[in-house]
Ligand binder design. Sequence first.
Ligand SMILES: CC(C)(COP(=O)(O)OP(=O)(O)OC[C@H]1O[C@@H](n2cnc3c(N)ncnc32)[C@H](O)[C@@H]1OP(=O)(O)O)[C@@H](O)C(=O)NCCC(=O)NCCS
Length: 162
Amino acid sequence: MPEQSSRRASAAKTAATTAKATRPQEATPNHTAAPLCLPTDRELVMRVMPLPADSNANGDVFGGWIMAQVDLAGAVLPSRIAKGRIATVAVNEFVFKQPVSIGDLLSFYANIVRVGRTSITVRVEVYAERDPADLRVVKVTEANLTYVAIDEDGIPREIPGS
Ligand SMILES: CC(C)(COP(=O)(O)OP(=O)(O)OC[C@H]1O[C@@H](n2cnc3c(N)ncnc32)[C@H](O)[C@@H]1OP(=O)(O)O)[C@@H](O)C(=O)NCCC(=O)NCCS
């Protein structure tokens, strides 16, 4: 999993993109509504658009970049539930279903799979909106990750209310 510094850099870039994506809609709502085929039964936890610096030698987006974004997105709901520090303990499953292209707008949806004594497992699904001239939505990635609530010494602590 990425180190803390690269997490911060990614988080800063993501925050900028998310802020742009969630700015109050000033234009006619019909022009700005998300495509209908994006999920409505899970929480949208992050949106980000990969840039050329995130590509691999084939010109697609580097898988490691996608994994880092999924790790950040997956942490959103567990952080809220754990009410404090968490650490990624395991990536239980990670499937790259379709390649991601530069300029795809990626939406990360999450739902909680399990809340244990000190750990929380979350499922993350990533959808790409591509080709604005002929908009398509494609599921590109699915993953299951487990996070552990930790105290200030990095020792597992109980999930509040568990
Ligand atoms: C996360 C960490 C504190 C857990 O410490 P630990 O002594 O292994 O903790 P435990 O064995 O008591 O397990 C803690 C919880 O994690 C779960 N867990 C441990 N390994 C797991 C695995 N491979 N898959 C799924 N869950 C796992 C346990 O089931 C337990 O959950 P529960 O209390 O809800 O039943 C420690 O492993 C660690 O610091 N790892 C490095 C974390 C890190 O650097 N992540 C990358 C950057 S955030």
